[in-house]
Design a protein around this ligand. Sequence first.
Ligand SMILES: [Zn+2]
Length: 469
Amino acid sequence: MAPFSPRPLLALALVVALAGCSAGSPRGDGSSTASPAATLPAPGPVVLTSSRPADVVPAPIHLSPADAHVETSRGAPRYALQWPTLAQAPALTKALASRAGAWRDEFLTGAGGKRPAAPELHVRWEPVVHAGSLHGVRLVSRPSTSGAATRETTVYGDGDASWSSEDLVAEKSRQSLLKAVSQAVAHESHENGAESLTPSRALSDVSFTSTGDMVVNLSHGLTGPAPRSGLSARISDPQRYLSARGRQVRAAMTRPVDAAPTTPVPRPAHTTDCTRAKCIALTFDDGPGPFTSAILDALEKAKARASFFMIGSAITTDPGIVRRMAAAGMGVGNHTWSHPQVTALTPDQVTGEITRQSSAVAAATGHEPFAVRPPYGAFTRSTPHAGLPFVLWDVDTEDWKNLDPTRTTQRALSGAHPGAIVLMHDIHPSTAKALPGIIAALQKQGYTLVTVDELLPGMDPSGSYYSAG
Ligand SMILES: [Zn+2]
């Protein structure tokens, strides 16, 4: 490490000054008397308490269920690993398999030969960038025990090359970046020295906003007295830190966010009379995701309808698929903005979570969602409804847990009854694989597959509904 010179000291002083400002801090304007404008350091990192700023908007990836890899344990200890097979980025696919496999092995053997720290391990993925053959994918490892550490890493690839988040930062700039981030964290937490960055992990999840700011997810890069989940550093004008790969990824992620369409999507009116027809309502939570289009294909092919309870932040990634749902007459529902357990929030926070998602749906389709499904089905009598009924379920396929088309199908069909609301998730390839068979079997039994709206017309906005029979 180079010895201190006056310039790094000035940089650190600026980091402290700017860390308390908003992310939109003005650039140095040359008015400083201490240094000529040409040598003024760029603004330092700003520490955020959300690991995903609103303007980190990846391009959607649409996959067929066959393009997904799922690996589940049979018996205890249970684990479920998922990652995509990306035809244009084979090296990335391989790197993802190796990361997920390493987390599985670590989980199974436990650190230092101890028992697994958590009874179950779930590794899922989400797209970070997709531009031509360049892909970035974030792997998220989430043990089922609350309090156990979630781990996130983003890996990039293009054709036969793949590289880590750390590779986005030029080797010679890593120490200075970490020092600046570390200083900003210390300032933010008002506990100088209480926490320190662990370099190997601090750069494991690096991405860019649509305006080109660098975002370093610090959830697991910090050691300190308190859990620091959801903490990130945002660096304006990060060019001076970037490697050639970093500049390539930044260019791919810097793009205008799609403007909201102004014309409302025409919605076909379906008026199945479920007092006469044998109706059932399939519902899909947590999307939209890479398999939502395959699920819509299966529904449309069978002239069946279903309802989708979507996460607002995921809608901004793929507003086009939400328009497609609305145009196909599917139920478009609200699953909050960021999927929190709403019983842990204040009434104002709950209302904000619901209305922010509704705005995203309205921006995409021109229509408000028809109902809310509280995440985890958790709510109390005092949970605000924000003007929308709560729709729960009475048949749980446990598709998120079994990740197995056969078991998902068995649970859906054994639970089916006229008036049932069936819970599934459109983010799992196993669910997309199971769906055509489930639809065919239900239709063969005489069911009409309808939206929750058709099943329960005239729901009370302050009511909570589990089924219609
Ligand atoms: Zn959910």
